[in-house]
Write a protein that binds this ligand. Structure first.
Ligand code: PHE
Ligand code: NA
Length: 501
């Protein structure tokens, strides 16, 4: 007897899981800082243009591939053309590498959630984060474990393995159904509270005052496109995999619009919350918001926010809401990243969801624990992230567009598929956007990014280190993809139909 493919319980389940994937750390710690530095209120123009011309069209492309070919990235691409399987595995490997450090950040958020209650970071949160907590060392090799990171990291892995083992509907969908509403409520309370802080208005003015001149700067436009790509989790297998669990004959485009606009709404909301809070900090320090440092990324979350929490009446509650939100937003995105890996192995090697989740989970947990709970790996995190995002994901998007739409000319077929059942119909303009505009913009981004990384290096780290961790991560993804592509497909007795090839 053959088991049918796993499915979401329905359209709402799919939408919730897809929003859970899209809404992640990027919304909270990336968007506000990027918007502020790239024209403030004026940034909304390139941001919306990027959303409408590349973000949503490529989101639809991902949906079409996953749903029409009903498989995770390697399966779906192989069904399109045998030689395309490797691109699917490349996307799986991007997800695998990202998962290794994404878990670490979630573990930090869990720790800081606990630390909020007694303001554990004391008077010098910067020294606390990198020193007492992470015990950051210079780039080098050391296997000294950091127990404060190790314990939450192992806990995050255990929970993740259990959720994935339970399968798509009972595990991933259910976890999202619990955590997404909790996240929205916790974050909404935080934003409302932030608006009543002294100085909040200054923070909002700093974020939203438009600098129209910024629109003439190509880098501002690149920042907008790259924010949209990262934020919608497109072009690296996630939405292909999630769409493959939708029932046949499903409306695809309308849920896509719901997901895209929910994600952007959450970004704007986060912008408001973060900058209202930064306005309070500026007010406390008697400086302008423009003079503040550490307004994005890990430093915003783990240094600046703790400092603010310490100075605020009711700070512990605010801190708990913030770090709780960060952990939940990250966790639902993590599930989507790992589902890509798990589904790829299930389908190629005939593993059950439980086998895939335990085998892959244990291996990744060990690597992630060795890398990121020792003093060595913590520096590597930031570097690996830079390369995975700017070289891996963008490269994968360019390849996908060029191979699928130019070499294989599958645009019309995918558009008919999207239009077959959906209420929102796509015209030929969709093909023009995904086949022409997207590869042009992304190709330009990819080349300029690679040139910068080669010429200027990154964060002043030594060249050998960048070769090992940055380029090494990309080389590892490519090599592993080649090996996995070369292995034989094994059918499990109760595999879903149809089976590749
Ligand atoms: N879309 C997520 C965000 O905005 C990021 C993400 C990255 C999700 C990688 C999944 C995988 O934070
Ligand atoms: Na996002």
């Amino acid at each position: 007897t053959q088991k049918p493919r796993e499915e979401w319980t329905g359209q709402v389940g799919f939408i919730i899981a897809a929003i859970g994937s899209a809404v992640g750390l990027g919304n909270i710690w990336r968007f506000p800082g990027v918007a502020y530095e790239n024209g403030g209120g004026a940034f909304l123009v390139p941001y919306l243009v990027a959303l409408l011309t590349a973000g949503i069209p490529i989101l639809f492309l991902d949906y079409a591939i996953g749903h029409r070919f009903r498989g995770s990235a390697p399966t779906a691409f192989r069904r399109i053309a045998r030689w395309l399987e490797g691109l699917g595995w490349f996307q799986v490997m991007i997800c695998f590498v990202i998962a290794l450090y994404y878990t670490a950040v979630i573990a930090w958020a869990v720790s800081f959630f606990v630390f909020s209650f007694d303001l554990r970071w004391g008077d010098d949160p910067a020294a606390f984060f990198t020193g007492d907590y992470l015990r950051l060392a210079d780039p080098g090799v050391s296997l000294e474990f950091v127990p404060a990171v190790l314990v939450p990291l192992v806990a995050v892995w255990v929970v993740t393995i259990v959720v994935l083992a339970l399968g798509v509907a009972k595990g991933v969908q259910r976890a999202n159904t619990v955590f997404l509403p909790l996240l929205v409520v916790a974050f909404a309370v935080l934003v409302v509270r932030s608006l009543f802080l002294e100085g909040a208005a200054d923070g909002l003015n700093a974020l939203f005052t438009p600098d129209w001149a910024a629109l003439g700067d190509p880098n501002v436009w690149i920042a907008a496109y790259s924010q949209i790509f990262f934020s919608l989790s497109i072009a690296f297998g996630i939405m292909v995999t999630y769409a493959s669990y939708r029932r046949r004959r499903s409306n695809l485009t309308t849920p896509g619009l719901v997901v895209a606009f929910s994600n952007s709404s959450f970004e704007i909301l986060a912008g408001i919350g973060v900058f209202a809070t930064l306005g309070f900090l500026a007010h406390e320090q008697g400086v302008g918001v423009g003079e503040l440092e550490g307004i994005s990324g890990p430093i915003l979350s783990f240094v600046t926010f703790p400092a603010i929490v310490s100075q605020m009446p009711g700070g512990p509650i605010f801190g708990a809401l913030f770090f709780g939100s960060l952990a939940m937003a990250g966790f639902t995105s993590l599930l989507s990243i790992l589902q890509v890996v798990s589904a790829g192995f299930q389908e190629k090697f005939g593993w059950t969801p439980r086998q895939a989740s335990v085998r892959l989970g244990v291996v990744s947990a060990i690597i992630s624990v060795l890398l990121f709970s020792t003093t060595t790996g913590l520096v590597a995190l930031d570097t690996a992230d830079q390369w995975a995002n700017n070289v891996g994901i963008v490269g994968s998007a360019v390849l996908m567009s060029v191979l699928l739409l130019w070499v294989l000319r599958r645009g019309p077929e995918l558009r008919y598929h999207l239009n077959a059942v959906s209420t929102f119909r796509l015209g030929r303009w969709w093909q023009v956007l995904v086949a022409v505009l997207a590869p042009l913009v992304l190709g330009y981004m990819l080349v300029s990014r690679i040139v910068t990384l080669v010429v200027d290096g990154y964060e002043g780290y030594p060249a050998w280190y960048l070769a090992l961790v940055g380029w090494g991560a990309i080389a590892f993804m490519v090599l592993a993809a080649l090996v996995l592509t070369a292995l034989r497909w094994r059918r499990s007795p109760d595999d879903f139909v149809p089976w590749p090839p």
